[in-house]
Design a protein. Sequence first.
Lengths: 591, 603
Amino acid sequence: MTPIRWFMSYLKKYRWYMISGLCLVVVTTMLALINPYISGQIVDDVIQGGAFDLLPKLILVLIGVTVLRSALRFTFLMFFETSSQGVLYSLREAVYKKFMKEDFDFYNHHRTGDLMSRQTGDMDAVRHFVSHVIYFSFENVLLFLFALVMIFTVNMKLAICMLVVLPFTAFITYRQSKEIKPAFGRIRQCFSSLNAFAQENISGNRVVKAFAKEDFETEKFNKENDAYRDAQISSSNIWRRYIPIFEIFSNLLTVVLMVVGGYMVIQGEMTIGQFVTVNGYLWMLNNPVRQFGWIINDIQNFVTSIEKIYSTYKIEPDIKELEVPLHSERVSGKIKFENVDYYSYDDVILRDINFEVEPGQTVGIIGATGSGKSTLMNLLCRFYDVTDGRITIGRVNVKNFDLHSLRGSIGIAMQDVFLFSDTIEGNIAYGNPECSFEEVEKAAKIANADDFIRKMPEGYDTIVGERGVGLSGGQRQRISLARALVKNPSILILDDTTSAIDMETEFQIQNELKTVGKDRTVFIIAHRISSIMDADQILVLDNGRIVERGTHESLLEQKGYYYTVFNHQYGEFDEFRAHRMEERGDQNGTK
Amino acid sequence: MARNKFDQDESLEVKFDLNQVKRLLKYVRPYRQKMILTIALMLLSSALGMLIPLFLKQVMDVYIPEKNMKAIIGMAVLTFLVILAVSIILRIKITLTSRIGQGVIHSLRRELFDHLQELPFSYYDSRPHGKIQVRLVNYVNNLSDLLSNGIVNTITDLCSLVFILFFMLALNVQLTLLCMCGIPILAVLIAFVKKHQRRGWQISSNKQSNLNAYIAESINGIRVTQAFVREERNTEIFNRLSGEYRKAWMSVIKYNFMLSPVVDIISVITMALIYYIGVEWLKVGNDVVTVGTLVAFSSYIGRFWQPINTLASFYNSLLTAISYLERIFETIDEPISVKDLPGATEMPPIKGDVEFKDVDFSYDDGVKILNHVNFKAKAGDTYAIVGPTGAGKSTIVNLISRFYNIDSGQLLIDGIDINSVTIKSLRKQMGVMMQDSFIFSGTIMDNIRYGNMEATDEEVIRAAKTVCAHDFIMEMDHGYQTEVNERGSRLSAGQRQLISFARALLADPKILILDEATSSIDTETEILLQEGLARLLKGRTSFIIAHRLSTIKNADCILYIDRGNIVEKGNHDELMAKKGEYYKLYMSQYSFLEKTPEMVGQN
């Protein structure tokens, strides 16, 4: 599908608006020709001719026509505006829906500000096109054709002479269209880039300030700002060459009339009256030609924008549902990874992963930074597809479920917590917006968040900033955990969700978690042994492979990575025990 | 804490009045000469344009009857020269106006950006970022045409209006007055509609801002959205916001569309009036009008109303632009609460002594966060800050960088009040690593180098090695040249923390602040990291907020914060011996592990 055809499919819905709008344009254009005629009559017949009786009638026609024309014009403007806003609404929705569907890989390769430009700046060019350019071009073409027909009826030879301008106009049109398009492409590109830069600068404002890099940012911004300005100016450098040419062509018609018309009158091929008549129509020929250059600009700007929108829109996500996906209200917690490999482009991220989990079990995952722990969970949620092997839930390949069933049954608290600029309640209820306040509160209590939320000035109604600005890391993690719990998922994934939470609180949370959802499968990714030591099985990941597995006890016996990590952390425990012994000693002593 | 979310309209504190249009002209002033030149050329061009009908008339009335083909051709050549001149002027006009328009919005945007860089955290924290962005990019763009073509055309139109008025008055005073009686009617109608229009455009720009904020958040939060299968619900919200924008737009655009028909109707009515009264006068046969004047006058009426019509459309775009402009000015006027005091000096090279003297602090809401905080940190020492959630740990370290102003008391570095030095010279000597590690889109190399732009590649790599990031970076497809983006999505959380750690180190700060900066880093790496770090921390004063007791224990001094105050201070052994809050915290961290002591014993 071409971008234009894609656009037309949205415009189709408003075709009746468009068609009636265009009909009204025809009528108003006709009506616009009446008034000069009436005025002429008033001047000729009434004022000069002395036919005073005609005046009231003519005046009434004059006013009547103007009122009618104004009303019709207003109507068609509203028609086009309605169509434009309607098309825009559907286009925005279509693009937004596509954004919602695109997979993680897409987002790894697109900047937020770039994507936003598709929905803002580029859409605006589409709005302008439907609401203004369409009828405006039509009006002008109509006037031009109308005048041409009139001149033809007056004198065919003269009309043909005037048509000589047309091929040149067509040629210039072609040249301008061709040359201006890349310039508009550059403008859209620079706009997008400026937008992306602004977006990042605003999001990263804390880092900018912390490193006192305002000057550096300003310098970079100036480059973007300059580039945008220069792109605009260099596009004007192109059309400033063409628009005056159309101006010349437009006025050249007067010269043609002067010379050819004059010659024909002198030769007696035309009367002076006809000459005057043609002159009267000349403005209808002039003006459209004069507008041509501007119309080309508008059209090319629109084409560039719709192409840009469509090029983003048409990217299909790799993660797709089957034609007839399997629906399940709640997938089970029985999970099996069979010979799973995952490559991201050429990098091996996971290799030969095999494990099995029964419903209700807890799996602990530990391993170095970047060893593939999060990826393992991303594959389970099908944020990425395995390169090789398969993942099954209740013996069904995850690829066979519809995404709603699959992800709807998995509650995940991600390692970097993203909160929305909404109330705390709204954030917790994100996965289940219809849930009651009691459910939100219950989840918050399990996540050990209820206390600190209640201490905030507006409690659950406190609006948190984007990314949870204003909350500490531990607070954000607990809200994110509560958010995962509200879904009441059959599979719960805690991806390093407790790293900023102290051990005691974490311990309480884990105890609470055990009391709810007995058949829930839980994955815990953590760096602290204490977070995962109770798990039914523990997987140790290194460089994308499972290098050790077992329970806490069996892993300690293996004396591998797990054992080393334990010892580092256990050293601290040793000291604790010494204090504890001492404490007991004190107590014994006082007894 | 935030005050505004994506679907709430922002209120406007300052009402826009025409005085602020003057302020707008400030941005046009540098282009005054270009502007005047453009206007002069435009006037010349319209004067030249008027010649063409005259030439044609000459041909019709004189040369054709004379059958003087030579003269006609001569006239045609003359006409062509005029056309050429008009076209050249048009070309110059396009050149000048595009430079003026783009130049003005360029400098307006620059001023806005500069101001945004100065605005403190609290400004960014209190509203969705998409709403700041829409002002900087989209709103500003909307002004370019108004500030170039708009102004030029308006002045040109005003000139031609005066010109025509002059001719009309010369022709006939009474008829001119008749013609002008339409103006007050127009003014009244405009004033009547203005209220709705102003309000309407304000609503519309607000809705645009909301939509923008929601798009930004939807993209940034896409992972959560997909994980929580909220796509449909979000689409509903998006459609609601998009629909509100559409509704606001439709309900205000009709006023814009009304203006031109209203001008047309008023003009035709005055025209009718002139014909009617003119003809009545003719009938009576008084000397007020003659047939000739009435005929001539009738051709002027159209030319009188035509510039008024274009002025009306300028007025429309002005009203639209004002709704954007007032938002832009509002941001520029936003007071900078954290700024250099008059006479602020450069911070001399920091040795690293930090002192809090009776420091009180509260955020905007007035809730006291810190209460008479007093402590001295010795240069080169490591301070761990511990305490319950919400006790004010992050606040304390944020104050050292002067991210916020303290309410009372003094904060001294090397005995110098940090309020008396420039913010930049202060922050440049500090390395701060925050809770969330923001990654800019660009290469990993660029991201680390952000800490010190002058650093060579070797220095960057050395910093990466120190924080144990080198290995994983080298494993990526393009090593240090691997492109990452703002969501840092190709990096794990731990990797991102290591990168921002390297970034902080590269700044070679005398004071290093780590605010929950290593939470996602695994134990092995952390141990390696600490070896490197021990060397690095030498000679630097550092403040560390962390939950890992291993990190805390090694600190020279531990500050236990509760309810905005330091309740305990000392090194690990001292505080353990004291058996106070820290002791309780420490013991509670492990008490639950006691259930498996026998197993620990086995090893």
